[in-house]
Design a protein around this ligand. Sequence first.
Ligand SMILES: Cc1cc2nc3c(=O)[nH]c(=O)nc-3n(C[C@H](O)[C@H](O)[C@H](O)COP(=O)(O)OP(=O)(O)OC[C@H]3O[C@@H](n4cnc5c(N)ncnc54)[C@H](O)[C@@H]3O)c2cc1C
Length: 408
Amino acid sequence: METVDLVVVGCGPAGVTAAREAARAGLETVVLEKDAVVGAKRVCAAGLRPGFCETFDVPRAIVHCDTPRIALFDIEGVEHDFLFGPGHTSTREELDGTMGRLAGKEGAQIRTQSLFRSVESERGGRRAIVEYADLAAGERRRIAARNVFLAPGATVNVENVRAHGGATPSRFAFARWRDGLITTLQYRVYLDGRAAEIAYRTLELHYYLTQGGRQIVSWMFPKRDHLAIGLGVVGKIAGASLRSELDAFTQRVCRRLCPDVGILQMKEEGHLLYGGVPRPAFADGNVLLGGTAAGLVDATNGEGIFEAAMSGRLAAEAVAAEREHPVRAATRYAGAVAGRFARRLAHRVKLMRFLERRPARFTLLFEALARSPRFADVLQKEDLERTLGDRLYLYGQVARFAARAALG
Ligand SMILES: Cc1cc2nc3c(=O)[nH]c(=O)nc-3n(C[C@H](O)[C@H](O)[C@H](O)COP(=O)(O)OP(=O)(O)OC[C@H]3O[C@@H](n4cnc5c(N)ncnc54)[C@H](O)[C@@H]3O)c2cc1C
């Protein structure tokens, strides 16, 4: 059987970053991607945090718009804005496609039309056997690896991970996973003219309730040639209701940003996203779990590209550092991901639930962010990037906000 150092499942930001950086470190790396073209089918608003291209060494050519302004719309539709970054927008065709090509240049083998089926770690964790379907040839194949990095996104099926010859249930199993799934729908709105200039400098996020009283988060992210207008609701919702919410939202956005411009074409796309707490385990034997499949998404705004790419980097680093010890590599990776993300992302879920319980709290928070650029700046930083001064300042702001929210 073919044997390599690392098999990566999924060529999204998590998988492709792991593959690129592992190959660069000299590891023989194979990526299994079910789609025929990397990134072509990804549904995403593709908003990127400031510094993304520099952090992951991705060419600036993928950037559609620099967006130095964030506009948060509260439950009453009132806009609160502040400056940051700037952030950026792209499309996943370009982001994943470009990163895929760069990974290939480093020597990673990307096998498209390869549908992952299962992974089974041998006892002792020296090797894992991955089974996949070669969709082009219509055949089942097996490949052995010292480590496997699983990053197939929100639709991951962890039942297919069998550790220690299947003797024990997967450590990735997580009863609360389904509760965190978000149904999303998005239109790519192609206009026959330009929207207001401010639209191309702004990431808009709207927090309000559906007709049925459920919390909704929607967005307008500008692109070179279209506006990405979409929304997400936790749990399942009938397709017709979701579409009618999105139609109403799209009309509101277009009335405000492009009242005199016609719509040439609208492309509809939908996918699942995850907005709950991260999984309790990121490694099982010699198998590593990353990106959205590991629950690494910010519940307040749906950001998961940065988290995914960073988990890929941490996976490559751990596997390269522990070449001869696949289980140790996985354990090292799990510690690094937990240290970097688990606390912040769990806090974000708590914050979101706190705000949702009394939606007027969104207004209080957005007012505070708009009033104080430093609050917005410190809140967006990772824990490890915050100075002691930042932390003290943040505690003060959070205490003030909590006191006002409790009274409100
Ligand atoms: C509508 C929407 C809007 C979003 N907007 C933003 C945003 O603006 N900014 C942001 O940061 N995040 C956003 N996100 C979240 C972001 O898309 C994810 O967090 C991010 O894509 C996670 O990357 P990943 O590599 O973990 O998984 P994915 O990007 O989902 O990639 C997984 C890859 O695995 C492949 N795959 C799946 N199953 C298999 C299998 N069985 N075999 C082989 N391959 C498989 C898929 O084809 C895919 O290529 C959005 C998500 C949605 C749904």
